[in-house]
Design a protein. Structure first.
Length: 293
């Protein structure tokens, strides 16, 4: 088992930081502060994520992706939002009906630039949440409709395997994926995690999964065959997501949260809510920009 230790990489602490992303065109990092409804934009400087700008929504901001031209697509509480390269904010497709006790959560682009985003229950309902695929033309396809807390999404380097997390039951699913058409095969359980909950994840160039483990203060590396081969220790129990960032995709950027921690836990883990980085022995597989149209 290989061990790594993450180091603090931000001065600001967030209630619920999530969804880190490397924008290679502009060489910047993006992440969301979910409960604050903010998209955070920063520079990677000497291992630190230095905040340079924020975009604010009314309600939550579950995830953000970026197009080659610099347009942002943001998962709001119930609908999608776009921020054009000119800064114009447009409210788009509503995915969750008004009155339903759910919100949009984590999202990512598939190897063709389609946006996938899932929902989570806010009232304790089980197995009723949805994973959507939104094509560049705006067509919406339901991939799953039996999740509880849809979370991290990632694809194998060839794009033919698709991974998605359902955090509450602690399951990481895998299925075949057609990058050309976006169609999926039968869903199979790859991992079941009992100690902590799987949250966000990313994939390296070798096809290994790096999974944030909420409640355990760790990012764990698993082979495509589900063997646990490495652990990154993080000085914050609620580790929410992870991404490879930097020009060479050689820095592991980790988000954490203060949400759900008692005053005693916050005193014990004062770095909770910070961003962290770790140097590991592999580079990340580049993510695909959002194709807006």
């Amino acid at each position: 088992m290989i061990g790594y230790r993450a180091v603090a990489a931000s001065t600001d602490a967030y209630e619920l930081a999530e969804g880190p992303l490397w924008d290679s065109e502009r060489e910047r990092v993006l992440w969301v502060d979910v409960n604050a409804g903010q998209v955070c934009i920063g520079d990677l400087c000497n291992g630190q994520a230095v905040l340079s700008a924020r975009v604010h929504l009314e309600g939550t901001a579950g995830a953000v992706v970026c197009s080659t031209a610099g347009e942002l697509l943001i998962a709001g509480a119930r609908e999608l939002h776009t921020i054009g390269a000119d800064g114009i904010h447009t409210v788009g497709t509503q995915l969750i009906a008004a009155g339903r006790a759910s919100r949009l959560n984590d999202g990512a682009c598939d190897p063709a630039g389609r946006f996938l985003v899932g929902s989570m229950a806010l009232d304790g309902r089980q197995r009723q949440e949805v994973l959507y695929r939104i094509d560049p033309g705006g067509e919406i396809t339901v991939i799953d409709d039996d999740l509880t807390l849809s979370n991290g999404l990632a694809w194998s380097p060839g794009g033919t395997s698709f991974y998605n997390v359902d955090s509450i039951p602690g399951v990481v699913w895998v299925r075949r994926y057609d990058p050309l058409r976006g169609t999926v095969g039968k869903r199979v359980e790859l991992l079941h995690i009992d100690e902590g909950m799987p949250d966000g994840l990313c994939v390296d160039v070798e096809g290994n999964l790096w999974i944030a483990i909420w409640g355990a203060g760790q990012v764990r590396r698993y082979t495509p065959g589900a063997e646990h081969v490495a652990t990154v220790e993080v000085a914050a129990p609620n580790v929410s997501s992870v991404a490879f960032v930097g020009r060479d995709q050689n820095v592991l950027l980790i988000t954490t949260a203060r949400e759900g921690l008692s005053p005693e836990q916050l005193a014990e883990f004062p770095h909770s809510g910070l961003l962290f980085t770790a140097q590991v022995d592999v580079t990340g597989h580049p993510t695909t920009p959002w194709v807006s149209r």
